[in-house]
Design a binder for this molecule. Structure first.
Ligand SMILES: NC(=O)c1ccc[n+]([C@@H]2O[C@H](COP(=O)([O-])OP(=O)(O)OC[C@H]3O[C@@H](n4cnc5c(N)ncnc54)[C@H](OP(=O)(O)O)[C@@H]3O)[C@@H](O)[C@H]2O)c1
Length: 304
């Protein structure tokens, strides 16, 4: 009963969050685990959109695996979910290291008998000071936003398939730029004023290509996968740090993500404003999708 052990740990953790008068509640959560409680992993749920989605999933009765780099923020989100009567635990992994992504995936595979929902949400808008490089030497925005999630999804796929009906939601963006397969790591790219967002836009289109590719591979398995632009310039760290005046709330974006978790939305679609929408033309180029898949497998190492 791997899940029961995990919930025992969550109950222990909840001691730190809850007063003793509510401890009994934590025990009753443990009892409740005799039933099949749905499990959700939300990457990048220590703040912003991911945090709000994690809180809503906790309120809906999921056991939420909160993920991010910042332990303090992660534990605060877990406490908020537990104090609201839900179940959650925090797992740390820096997606600038593919080894840390593997550790996260292996931990989930070891500790849970099923995984009902994977929300690939963690992201960075830019290489903040232009000095970051991933542990593997890859372009950092491509790695955090796309490649780490490609690896995580590949590793968790057998568990998702064994947990059907299961869902994957890839949080992409309306900002999309064609992947230049001759320079994916943007080594020869010279940013100018207009193209400053190219690393982000390339990584976000890669997520959409991955979604379409996955939907084909998963057809008939009972795992559905969709992607979306959640909202334009939500009031989050990413937007504020870019010096952009927020135009939307995190709630608006979370409503859109929840739609892909709860509604009958089919599989293999890109949603904007809650409706299936056409993405950048490269997403419909089968050769480009195959090339990205082969390149991604090579970048993560074929053993994965
Ligand atoms: N904000 C918008 O208007 C907007 C629009 C379209 C799409 N999106 C997409 O929505 C998603 C969430 O964005 P947001 O606006 O909520 O951003 P945010 O508030 O900046 O949150 C980003 C999350 O990603 C995590 N993260 C960042 N770098 C990481 C790394 N190296 N390894 C692991 N986790 C990392 C952060 O964890 P720590 O806090 O622990 O570092 C945090 O939980 C992103 O995929 C973004 O592209 C946002």
């Amino acid at each position: 009963m791997k899940l029961r052990f995990s919930v025992f740990l969550a109950a222990l953790f909840s001691v730190a969050c809850l007063t003793t008068s509510t401890l009994l509640e934590a025990h009753s959560q443990d009892e409740a685990m005799a039933e099949r409680i749905p499990v959700a992993l939300v990457t990048g749920s220590t703040r912003g959109l991911g945090e709000e989605v994690a809180r809503r999933l906790g309120a809906k009765g999921y056991h939420v695996v909160v993920h991010g780099r910042n332990v303090e923020r992660g534990e605060a989100v877990v406490c908020a979910i537990v104090e609201a009567g839900g179940q959650a635990e925090f797992r740390r992994a820096d997606f600038l290291s593919l080894d840390q992504v593997r550790e996260l995936a292996n931990g989930v595979l070891t500790d849970f008998e099923h995984l009902d929902l994977l929300v690939n949400n963690a992201g960075i808008g830019s290489d903040e000071d232009g000095k970051l490089v991933s542990e593997e030497g890859y372009e950092p925005v491509f790695q955090v936003n796309y490649l780490a999630h490609f690896l995580l999804t590949e590793k968790l796929m057998p568990l998702l398939v064994n947990s059907v009906p299961a869902r994957i939601v890839n949080v992409s963006s309306g900002a999309q730029a064609a992947i230049d397969f001759d320079d994916v790591m943007l080594e020869n790219w010279q940013p100018d004023g207009r193209q400053i967002g190219r690393p982000y836009a390339q990584s976000k289109l890669a997520q959409i290509l991955h979604t379409y590719d996955l939907a084909e591979r998963l057809e008939g398995t009972g795992v559905i996968v969709n992607t979306l632009h959640p909202a334009t310039f939500m009031d989050t760290y990413m937007v504020r740090q870019a010096g952009i005046e927020p135009r939307a709330t995190v709630d608006e974006g979370a409503d859109r993500v929840m739609q892909l978790i709860t509604d009958d939305v089919g599989s293999g679609n890109y949603f904007v404003d809650g409706k299936p929408t056409r993405a950048h033309e490269q997403a419909y180029d089968e050769a480009a999708r195959q090339r990205l898949r082969e390149l991604s497998l090579e970048l993560i190492g074929h053993n994965d």
